[in-house]
Design a protein around this ligand. Sequence first.
Ligand SMILES: [Zn+2]
Ligand SMILES: [Zn+2]
Length: 402
Amino acid sequence: MVFEPTEEMVEQARELPPGLCDRCLGRRFAKVQAATNEERGRAVRAAIEAAGERSEPADLCPLCDGIFDELEGMVRAALRKIGDREFKTFLVGSRQDPATVELERRLGFPEHLKNEVNREIGKRLEALTGKPVDWDNPDITILVDARFASVEVQVAPLYLYGRYRKYDRTIPQTRWPCRCRGKGCRFCNGTGKMYATSVEELVAGPIMRAAGGTGHALHGMGREDIDARMLGSGRPFVVEIEAPLRRGLDPGGLERTINAEAAGRMEVLGLRPSGLKEVRELKASRAVKTYVVQVAFDPPVPGEKLKLLEKMFTGAQVEQRTPERVSHRRADLERTRKVLEFRVEGPDRFRITGEAGLYIKELVHGDGGRTRPNVQEALGVRCSVVSLDVVEMGGRSDGQGV
Ligand SMILES: [Zn+2]
Ligand SMILES: [Zn+2]
């Protein structure tokens, strides 16, 4: 395609700083006619020279500093940094000297230098790797610093969604670093952790081996107490693997490996690929939860008196100050949560469905009056929680499954 500059363009080109390279000269007229900036620049320069004026490029272009001569080197550097890392899609992004951005704006450039650099590197990488550019969700991002012609590769995390059941009353949901901040001390026997393992580590271990990442995180839809079991259809989570070398994983196979290694402690259901969007949804979710709680009364309470609790607490609005046991790490707030259903299932067993955030142990023992109303006060006897299980999440309020 031949680019034909108008008189007006030639006039505008005369206003530009002298010595621009073809690409920078042509970029002043970017998006006009189907042509490359290089073709536009050559045509404009030819038109100026045809009018008997001088318009030769300088040894070093005053706008781009010769960055376009470095394209091949930057592409090679990007490929070297990618190595044999698996990826399906990529994106090129650039940093550009703010002074150049401002200069281009003042000179009326419709396209910035960094856009052209991104496009040129992207075209070459597409041809060399056979992988397409993805603007929204690239597996890797190649960051070019146009000031120094340097290249950096950022790897998007890998996300897998699943639900977990937890049977072990001694493991937390996520890795819990010791007060020594992981360095290892006498208190943690040199492990750097408060607990030997966690749902996060049991889930992430086999995935890390398969994906070859540099770290992991587990994003749960809320969390249960360490000593509470998580039953029913399980708690939704997304596990995040940082900087994976391999992305083409087999979720079904990983689920079997996780469950074999964690047998008896926890298990995973429905592992499948996920993304950051789902992490945000999980974090924003306010799921209704159903619990089964084993209680001890001192002295014992007759069955007909216990039964009165159902009427008293079903539908009750409960005022809860932040529980004593977590007040060292959470702000002391008072909030109101609703008990949706309270059922007495036996002489020492309740089934309670509550809004997200309702503290069940405190509802039973009252937390020294920090939760009101509470079962202990209602019965007028000492109540303690023997064990707590989450039996359903986000399900029907009768806890019989989704
Ligand atoms: Zn230039
Ligand atoms: Zn320690």
